[in-house]
Ligand binder design. Structure first.
Ligand code: HEC
Length: 196
C-alpha cells in the first residue's frame, strides 16, 4: 500500500513485536457490508417454508398455472348435445353467438343465416348433419375443401359454443332471402324448429 496517512494512528499494543494501525474501513465498503446483511435477512425471509415469501418454486408454479389457464382447451373436446341445445334456448348464449356470427359468419351465411356463399342455416336441411354435435363439428373443423373455414383454432372455445348455439337457434326462422335447401333433412333434436 501507499505511505501511511497523517491520521494513521498506531495502536498501543504489540504482538510479538508487531504493531498495527487503527484504520477504519472506507465508508463505501461499510455500506456494502451492511447492505449485504440487510439483503441476506430479506432474502432469508423469502425462503420457502420459513419466511413470508413463497419462494421461487411457488412463483414458478404460479406462473405455470396462469399460463395453463390462458391456454384454450383442446378444440376437439366439445360440449355435449344437451348443453348445446340448452344454450340455443338461453338468450345470453344466443346473444353472444349472434355477435360472433355477425363478425365471422354473416359474410358467407348472410346476416340472418339465410345463406350466401355458404348454405342456408335456418332450414332443417344440412349437408353435414343438423344434430348439435354435427353442427359443432362442422364449425370447429370446417369444410376446408368447400370453403367453410375451421373456427376451432380461430375462436375461443366459448365463442364456438355460443355461435353453434346461435346457429341451432336459427332453426325455423325466416331469413330475408333464404337460399334453397341443401343436403338432407336433419333437424336438431328438440330445437325450436316447429316441426320436431
Ligand atoms: C368464407 C365463407 C364462410 C364463412 C366465413 C363461414 N362459412 Fe360456414 N360454410 C361455408 C360454406 C361454403 C359451407 C358449405 C360447405 C359444404 O358445402 O360442404 C359452410 C357450411 C357451414 C355449416 C354446415 C351447413 C350444413 O348444411 O351442413 C355450418 C353449420 C356453418 N357453415 C357455420 C358457420 C359458422 C358458425 C361460421 C362463423 C363462425 C361460418 N360458417 C363461417 C362458408 C363459410
Amino acid at each position: 500500500m501507499s505511505a501511511p496517512h497523517d491520521d494513521d494512528r498506531l495502536l498501543d499494543h504489540s504482538y510479538d513485536g508487531i504493531q498495527e494501525y487503527d484504520n477504519p474501513m472506507p465508508r463505501w465498503w461499510l455500506y456494502i457490508f451492511w447492505g449485504t446483511i440487510v439483503w441476506g435477512v430479506l432474502f432469508w425471509l423469502n425462503v420457502p417454508g420459513i419466511g413470508v415469501g413463497k419462494g421461487r418454486i411457488a412463483d414458478y408454479d404460479a406462473s405455470v398455472a396462469a399460463a395453463a389457464a390462458d391456454m384454450p382447451a383442446e378444440p376437439s373436446a366439445g360440449p355435449d348435445a344437451a348443453a348445446l341445445l340448452a344454450a340455443s334456448q338461453d338468450p345470453t348464449a344466443v346473444a353472444a353467438g349472434r355477435t360472433v356470427f355477425g363478425a365471422y359468419c354473416s359474410a358467407c351465411h348472410g346476416p340472418d343465416g339465410g345463406g350466401v356463399i355458404g348454405p342456408n342455416l335456418t332450414d332443417a336441411y344440412w349437408i353435414h348433419g343438423g344434430s348439435p354435435e354435427a353442427v359443432y363439428h362442422t364449425v370447429n373443423v370446417g369444410v376446408l375443401e368447400k370453403g367453410m373455414p375451421a373456427w376451432g383454432p380461430t375462436l375461443k372455445p366459448d365463442e364456438v359454443n355460443a355461435v353453434v348455439a346461435y346457429v341451432i337457434s336459427l332453426q325455423g326462422t325466416t331469413p330475408a332471402a333464404p337460399k334453397a335447401p341443401e343436403g338432407t333433412m336433419d333437424p336438431p333434436a328438440d330445437a325450436p324448429s316447429g316441426d320436431s
